[in-house]
Design a protein around this ligand. Sequence first.
Ligand code: OOG
Length: 237
Amino acid sequence: MTAELAERLDTAALTATPIPQIASRAGLDAAAAYTVQEQLVARRLARGERLVGIKLGLTSRAKMAQVGVDEVIWGRLTDGMTVADGSTVDTSRLIHPRIEPEVAFLLDAAGNATAVAPALEVIDSRYADFRFALADVIVDNSSAAAYAIGSWRPVPDGVDNLGVLLEVDGRVVQIGSTAAILGDPRRAVSQGLRLAGRVEAGWVLLAGAATAAVPLAKGAYVRAVVEGLGAVGVRAS
Ligand code: OOG
């Protein structure tokens, strides 16, 4: 059954067609849901993509409240999801994309953070109306779709209370703080290692959004600014 769920999610993403909330309806628990997620991402790897890191999700109250699920989740990042800073995200291949400001860490083989950067994550639930329960969002690779990372820098002493802005076409649409991410985004690094069980040197870890996500409309230019870390931007086409 898990392989069939993975195939349905994969087809939904490939064809940008929403599906019903299949995992919670099938009664999957979180452990079974992560098995489906692994199978889903294995399909991408079989098409030639490479694992390049992990993402954490629902690490802030704002995000938990937005989607009505209050547990930290994780997902797998592939090179097919990367978008260069300043370049374009093709929204025609997505269902109902949203975008959110994050902090990214670069990991060493032991799972320590060696660098930090501002990041933007594009999420796209494969479920109708962007509605899901815990098992649904886990099997859907925690809504991962695309992400962009700004310039890496060594992790400064304090990253636990940096101001975060999300701008769309030059207007500030969300304001937050890195403190919203588990009280300190560095906690996402230890939690990520614990949840994923393993990491590789050079992997990226997205710590989860500091604010609620906003819809990503075609033509928009979106920027995330993190105090002291700089900015990162993408254009939606
Ligand atoms: C789930 C993924 C959440 C984050 O940064 O909190 C997430 C969703 O909102 O669809 O990526």
